[in-house]
Ligand binder design. Sequence first.
Ligand code: HEM
Length: 545
Amino acid sequence: MENEELLSVAALAGAATCATFRGHDIRGDYAALAFIATSLSLYSVLRATLPSPLLATLAVCSAYGFTVWLITVAYRLSPWHPLAAYPGPYIAKITGLWLSYISFTGKRYQILDDLHTRHGPFLRVGPGCLSINSPTATSLYLSTEKSEAYRLPKHNGAVALFFKQDTSAIHRDRRRVWSEFFTRSSIAGLIPQLERRTWELVQCFERRQEASQDKTVNFPETMYHWSHDFMGDMVFGGCSTFELMKNGDPQGIIHTGKMATAMMDSLGQTPWLLDILWHMPFTKKMHLLDDHAARMMKTRVKSKDLPEYRDLASYWIAAGIPQHELETDAVVAIVGGSDNTSITVSIALYFLLSHREYYDRLYAELKQTFPDPMASVNLDELTTLPFLNAVIHETLRLASPYFNPRVVPKGGLFVDGQFIPEKTVVALAAHSQQISEANFYPAPKHFHPERWLPEGLGPDTVTNKAVLASFSYGPHHCIGRVLAYHQMRFALARILLAFDIEFAPGFDVAGFYDGILNMRTMFLEQDLRVRVHKREGIDLAKVPV
Ligand code: HEM
């Protein structure tokens, strides 16, 4: 065959590939393997027939790749694309890599908010993906399934909550097993352990501050250790080996779990790329938490139930969930139950310290309800404290800017009169809704917990509770919501009752806020270091539990 003929065949093959796979989700690692294997086979065939087979192979592969690229880009920008009518940056219409990139900056929520301001409520943020900035979009979550961004990267067929399943029935069955644990009475059984761990947290703050050179303590780091220790108890009963409040986290288990979450949240927007990168050696580090959880689960399976409370693993084991799925579900529970709760408490403390009047008001409410700071904190009383709840809602409103993509089902659907074709990936612009003047007025971008109280911020107050998307909606909404509130209330109450707190000397209040990065999990560019002072009546050598 002549060179020109070879190039024409390559271009035709590129066109055929586009026609065959249009609208299909392709596994990136398989596609890359197929491409490499075809190139090598081509090379070995051409070696027998051409004088410079390497050049010819490269030329053919390039012609093939260029054709695929050209047709794909032309189609995505063309008026025939189902999302052609929706505005958005050109680069977003051409490739999902843009969405992955802005996700990886940690400032996706701000970038999307700016673009929504410019282009309106419907924004094309990927070739087949829309961000929707409308309260109506919350209802999408009732009738849609998760997008490929939630596919377990390993593709090992394991069923685990949170990850995408092949059918909604599979998800429902697994969620039913988890739900038995998240009943009122099961959660109530965990509260004594939560209280024990929260006393330990208070002791840990004091100990670490004492041991530090500048007599300050890294607040979020300690909160992470507390939440992981408690989640270890919750999932594995007495078989958890975390004990991070005692031993710290020298291996960086928490960081690797956060990196895996961030990778899914950003590269999940280009699943084909995640499929490829997941095989790279640098991801091995991210398995540290998986390995640790697997070891604890193996021990747990061989152990008996604890007499004091029933752990989550006992429900999974009773349901006959296979070992490798027990291990994946354990990681889901640990990350899901530790990360957001501890960071939300940390950001709440940041807001309270930046607005001393709210700090004083919360302390006054707690002190009035629990006059003896060493006594046990009653769960029912804690749950109904209006200002404590308002502080948590307000923190979540400003600090849970999630992007939770879903797929439009067969037949498409309408949102605010706009038709959205089937297979489109859609996500609520949660942060934009949570800081919109139409939903939260006045001062929607500022921390004002009173907006959640009956008197609000005056007669014109608007507080549209329905758009607080922190725990999402529909069949995949957060299963741990009630427990998360208990954890956050317990931690805030115990910490404020035990300590008077201030920012560490020289703390950059504005800089800290600017340095918050969100990729489902949060990264802080600047530490939140604080100084704690024991309150009168607190004797940490005599904690009651
Ligand atoms: C402040 C704390 C928390 C926040 C803001 C939060 C937020 C969320 C959100 C937004 C989702 C839905 C994700 C999506 O659809 O993309 C979710 C799901 C989930 N959360 Fe939470 N969560 C919190 C605490 C917890 C706790 C304490 C647990 C306990 C183990 C937990 C376990 C889960 C699980 C297992 C799912 C997946 C549910 C499913 O797919 O059916 N979360 N969470």
